[in-house]
Design a protein around this ligand. Structure first.
Ligand code: ACM
Length: 523
């Protein structure tokens, strides 16, 4: 059972065996996928999977298969040959992940595994994703993760055929993106003196500085690593709120001249935001210019969420600007500012992305991510925005996954269990015009309470697997199809060393017409 479940799979008799003599045949655009399979299988299997013109595992890009779209693929596994075909190279990369999952779970181990026959069942698969945007956000601002972890995270996304790594690079509590023209962003903004213990407003802190920043070379290497796996890294630079770390580095971009601020050590929504003056706009353009230089992603996320307007209401400069622009109130500066930034990104050939947190208007060129409520996504789609679903009750993996007493401290107010993720990560039925504007769906891992990679993986899995399944293949029943596939998939997570979280037990009764029959429990 493969996750995400393929859209069409037929099992045939027989098995194909990968052994020391198995060779890969690929040319041109198919070479990347063949190389990826070789790279991914090497640690566990030690198989050379050498390139050869008469190789029995064949990778082919065939533009004639255009009904498969950019990421679909066809796979035939026969006892004596494997044929993986797609219209585009990205489709082959998805097929590589299916090949990995058709092998015994130990094939995913990062250490050599002895005594396993590397066999897969014969199959015919035609597999095409439902949504083009299947993403996961990781917040490296609240707690930094080194590049090595981002590479592992990328591999875990790719295994699940997720194709967007949304990198939340800046926030009140830390700035992780190097900007050569503005060195203090990482010299000052990358480290906070201490960290709030517990939830927002606790008033308690540790006494341990926390920090970290990437180099441009590291980020470029991540972009290339992700691209080789069919994953686009979408950078997010927060503005005009969630900028306290930037204000600590460059107070002049704020609303109060001469004010000294520290990198925020608390959780919650910070009052201090960008000034609405030309200096702040120029700052953002400089930052985004360097961001675009490092990240080739067609999409650039600029936050836009949780921006208190009290500073603008108090600031003579902001009030003057609002009046000059003919705006009804300083709070309308938020839309004006995003419009200026959106225009800059559009003129640079990129699509701007921001959070949508109510039904209010946003500049039309933005692709939006409704995070509070799916209904905000519908309102945005009806106004013509492209939408990536991110409703917190289904996609925020910083909420606890069960109400059990053993769960670590998480975001307050909701329980987001794996079934809720599967149910709610794709939009409910909307009218066709609105539904057609939904690009896809995305999981969010905010990290206020997530200091370590192990903790992150406990929260991510298996909920991220459920989201990936829903985003790729919405067909099928939760209990009959998805839950058993997720159970089977835990062997792969275990082989990868993922300490996964909660998965409800399989129903031990067969529900169907007629009387319920109790099945014998597996030992
Ligand atoms: C958000 O959770 N503030 C996007």
């Amino acid at each position: 059972m493969i996750i995400p479940r393929p859209t069409r799979l037929t099992r045939l008799p027989g098995r194909f065996t990968f052994d020391a003599a198995t060779a890969l045949r690929a040319h041109g655009e198919a070479l990347g996928a063949a190389g990826l399979l070789r790279t991914l299988l090497a640690p566990a299997t030690g198989l050379p999977l050498a390139p050869a013109d008469d190789g029995r595992v064949v990778f082919a890009v065939d533009p004639g298969l255009s009904t498969l779209g950019d990421e679909g693929y066809e796979l035939s596994v026969d006892p004596d040959a494997v044929l993986l075909r797609a219209a585009r190279p990205a489709g082959l990369l998805r097929g590589v992940q299916t090949l990995r999952q058709l092998l015994p779970a130990q094939a995913l181990s990062e250490r050599p595994v002895a005594g396993v026959a590397w066999q897969m069942p014969c199959v015919r698969i035609t597999d095409v994703p439902r949504y083009a945007w299947r993403g996961a956000l990781i917040d490296v601002a609240r707690h930094f993760q080194p590049l090595a972890y981002l590479r592992r995270f990328t591999d875990l996304l790719a295994l699940h055929k997720l194709n967007v790594l949304h990198l939340h690079l800046t926030d009140d509590q830390g700035w992780r993106m190097p900007v050569a023209a503005l060195p203090r962003l990482t010299e000052v903004g990358a480290v906070r003196a201490r960290t709030m213990l517990g939830r927002a407003g606790s008033g308690r802190f540790d006494d341990v500085p926390h920090g970290g920043a990437y180099t441009a070379a590291e980020l470029r290497s991540l972009v290339a690593y992700a691209a080789a796996r069919g994953v686009t890294v979408v950078p997010e630079i927060e503005m005009p709120g969630h900028v306290r770390a930037a204000l600590a580095a460059y107070p002049e971009i704020g609303n109060v001249p001469g004010r000294a601020l520290d990198v925020w050590t608390e959780w919650g929504v910070c009052e201090q935001v960008l000034g609405m003056h030309d200096g702040a706009l120029e700052f953002c353009r400089t930052v985004l210019g360097e961001v675009m230089d490092v990240f080739p992603s067609p999409y650039v996320h600029v936050g836009g969420d949780e921006c208190p307007v009290t500073e603008w209401e108090r600031s003579p400069a902001a009030r003057r600007r609002a009046a000059e622009l003919g705006l009804a109130a300083p709070k309308a500066l938020h839309g004006w500012f995003l419009g200026r930034i959106g225009a800059f990104l559009t003129e640079s050939g990129r699509t701007p992305v921001c959070w949508a947190e109510d039904s209010g208007t946003l500049p039309p060129e933005f692709t939006v991510m409704p995070w509070r409520d799916a209904a905000h996504g519908l309102a945005a789609a009806r106004r013509g925005h492209r939408v990536v679903m991110a409703p917190h009750r289904a996609t925020y993996l910083d909420y606890p996954q069960t109400a059990g007493p053993g769960e670590p401290l998480g975001q307050a107010g909701e329980i987001v269990d794996v079934a809720a993720v599967h149910r709610g990560s794709a939009p409910p039925p909307w009218e066709p015009e609105a539904a057609a504007r939904v690009l896809g769906t995305q999981a969010q891992l905010w990290t206020e309470f997530v200091p370590t990679a192990g903790h992150a993986e406990y929260l991510l899995f298996p909920r991220l697997c459920a989201l990936a399944d829903r985003a790729w293949n919405p067909a099928g029943d939760w209990s009959a199809d998805v839950l058993p596939a997720l159970h089977a998939h835990t062997a792969r997570l275990a082989a990868l060393g993922v300490r996964y979280g909660h998965l409800p037990p399989l129903p031990d009764t067969a529900a169907g017409p007629g009387p319920r029959t109790t099945l014998p429990r597996k030992p």
